[in-house]
Design a protein. Structure first.
Length: 278
């Protein structure tokens, strides 16, 4: 790996087509999802097309960044920019989930009790949680926290430990520890995704079942998507580790993914407490 020693220079990449490709991919994905929600037959195929374009964009764009990194085009200023960029990205994700947690709090502690007071509009409605809401006949059975959710909590907490252990190995230039720790973290991430999917299959309510169904699936579903994304990122980091792209002094790509994974862990802990336990 080459090293760029001129810290007074800031590398400016040439014009790239990948942002445009990414925009097309996201637009196609969103269109496919809207068609799917409206039960249009072509919806899944449009979503698959969008996902394929997105994968092409990710391989192309990140491949270009990796080549720039290993060819020595980045120095201290670029490293600082990457760190600030990742920090602000995670902050935006914090605000993203804060909106959904806020919706859960409002629905559970404000909206549902207010509806019980409006007996002239909804006679017989009782403010209990979980509930589909007034006027809906769906009976929602509470999700038991100490089954799959508790097991998934243990899995994610353990994955945070294995990832930190891998980081310690990288800092000490112990490549076998780095690779084993990453492989264990990836395996735990895949196990979490599988158990979350199984939980969705056995639940007796859906996204359409009122306020609880909507908030439950939006929170756990978006978190699951972030776990999938984090697992893919970890797989990329593992392959880069196998290619000896990282050194004890230069490995921000690893650190960025570790930050993201630990953020996902913290979000799940909040989900476990506020969605499953309370």
């Amino acid at each position: 790996m080459q090293t760029h020693t001129n810290n007074n220079a800031y590398y400016v990449p040439p014009p790239s087509i990948w942002p445009l490709v990414g925009s097309i991919a996201l637009l196609t994905l969103a269109t496919g999802f809207a068609l799917l929600l409206n039960k249009t037959a072509i919806g899944p195929y449009v979503m698959a097309l969008g996902a394929g374009i997105l994968l092409i964009m990710l391989f192309g764009w990140f491949g270009a960044v990796i080549n720039e990194s290993i060819s020595g085009k980045y120095a201290g200023q670029e490293d600082a920019s990457f760190r600030w960029g990742m920090a602000w990205f995670i902050f935006s994700e914090v605000m993203f989930f804060a909106g959904f947690f806020g919706a859960l709090f409002y629905a559970r502690n404000i909206a549902v009790p207010m509806l019980e007071d409006a007996q002239s509009l909804w006679p017989g409605f009782v403010a209990a949680w979980p509930t589909a809401g007034p006027g809906l006949k769906t009976v929602i059975t509470p999700v038991h926290a100490w089954g799959i959710p508790a097991l998934n909590t243990l899995i994610l907490l353990t994955s945070g430990v294995t990832l930190t252990w891998a980081h310690w190995g990288l800092q000490k230039d112990k490549q076998s520890q780095l690779k084993l720790g990453l492989a264990l973290t990836i395996a735990l991430g895949i196990l979490f995704i599988g158990l979350q999917w199984y939980e969705y299959v056995v639940l007796d309510f859906t996204l359409r079942d009122g306020i609880f169904g909507a908030t439950f699936f939006m929170l756990t579903g978006f978190h699951g998507f972030h776990v999938i994304l984090g697992t893919v990122m970890l797989i990329v980091i593992l392959f880069r580790s196998l290619a000896s792209h990282f050194t004890p002094g230069r490995h921000f790509a690893f650190e960025a993914v570790a930050w993201y994974w630990h953020f996902v862990d913290v979000v799940w802990l909040l989900l476990f407490i506020f969605v499953y336990c309370l």
